[in-house]
Design a protein around this ligand. Structure first.
Ligand code: ACO
Length: 327
């Protein structure tokens, strides 16, 4: 049995946060943000909207497009770094509850911006082993809850959103996910980190005062490792599968920064038509960014059945991954 991407869905919160809004909050400018990141706007969830609410909306969208009922789903995997609850229950359990599905496995994956590719790999492995037939995978983030809006080096980057996909068993090899590579290197653990409120630095007045429950980032160092690692990773997966870059219909990278995306795309010799770029509109939505980007080309009518996508992502941990996925 093979695993195939059956449908895609997304949910974008309604509140827009522009670069000009951020100019009023921290010492920054639209010009600086645009030049360094390519980001113009990002979307922010309502106060009473949690990560699972965003995920449920994306999931319903993907289920509807697959022509499936919630009862057809036999496993839920949610990738997130901004869970509804700190330790438990998992956001996947909250999504299952809100979708009114029970008695199936539901769990979260913590792989930061690579979370969607990790979730895809998990779904593929469960399907190929015969343990699942229809897996609902979700990348959902309410990053606005863990972003420090007094820190100009991070608050300009991130946004909220969710994407979801149904991954189903198939006997047709042509529509199967061709290959997925996932990896990590923990020596970079403190390049992208929320240092406080875990067991290493339990929540305390000092931790809260130092704003350690928010994302901290060594941006410049992250940038350099990201470009090098991603470039090697995508070259490796293409060579391994004997696929030339011109055979890729869409390169769908994690949307962190247009300079990272372009550097990797240039190394592969990809044309602008092949690169899917949504970072200017949504900012960096971590695990949600790849399914939101796939959803964007789907809704624009660009993504057609049989198109081959090359996905790639890099994030905190560090974690990274790439995948060759026919639609
Ligand atoms: N507005 C104005 N100035 C700023 C801002 C801001 N928002 N943020 C930083 N600066 C200043 C810095 O203080 C510094 O000033 P100094 O020279 O006086 O010290 C100057 O701008 C340059 O700072 P750098 O950090 O060197 O800027 P850089 O060119 O590296 O751009 C950025 C920063 C955009 C964060 C970049 O490093 C980046 O995108 N890194 C990748 C990190 C990332 O995307 N992480 C997300 C998760 S991982 C992933 O998805 C890949």
């Amino acid at each position: 049995m093979y695993a195939a991407l059956r449908s895609i869905g997304a949910y974008i919160p309604k509140n827009v946060l522009t670069n000009h809004d951020l100019e009023k909050m921290v010492d920054t400018s639209d010009e600086w943000i645009t030049k360094r990141t390519g980001i113009k706007t990002r979307y922010i969830a309502d106060k009473d909207e949690s990560t699972s609410d965003l995920g449920v909306n994306a999931a319903r969208n993907a289920l509807e497009r697959a022509g499936m009922q919630v009862t057809d789903v036999d496993m839920i995997v949610c990738a997130t770094i901004s869970p509804d609850y700190f330790c438990m229950p998992s956001t996947a359990c909250m999504i299952a509850k809100k979708l009114e599905i029970a008695n199936i496995p539901a769990f979260d994956i913590s792989a930061a911006c690579s979370g969607f590719i990790y979730a895809l790999a998990t779904a593929k492995a469960f399907i190929e082993s015969g343990m699942a037939k229809n897996v609902l995978i979700i990348g959902a983030e309410k990053l606005s809850a863990i972003v420090d809006y007094t820190d100009r080096t991070t608050c300009i980057l991130f946004g909220d959103g969710a994407g979801a996909a149904i991954v189903s068993a198939t006997e047709n090899k042509d529509e199967a996910i061709k290959d997925i590579n996932i990896a990590a290197d923990g020596k970079y653990y403190d390049y992208l980190i929320t240092p406080g409120c875990g067991t290493n630095r339990p929540c305390s007045e000092e931790v809260l005062k130092e704003r350690e429950c928010y994302i901290k980032m060594k941006g410049n160092e992250t940038f350099k490792v990201a470009v090098k690692t991603l470039t090697n990773d995508v070259i490796e997966i293409l060579e391994k599968n004997k696929i030339k870059s011109e055979e890729i219909d869409f390169f769908v990278p994690h949307q962190a920064n247009y300079r990272i995306l372009n550097a990797v795309a240039n190394a592969l010799g990809l044309s602008q038509e092949q690169i899917v770029m949504t970072v200017s509109k949504y900012g960096n939505t971590s695990s949600a960014s790849i399914p939101m980007a796939i959803n964007e080309i789907y809704e624009q009518g660009l993504l057609k059945s049989g198109d081959l996508m090359l996905l790639d992502a890099f994030g905190g941990g560090f974690t990274w991954g790439s995948a060759l996925v026919p639609f």
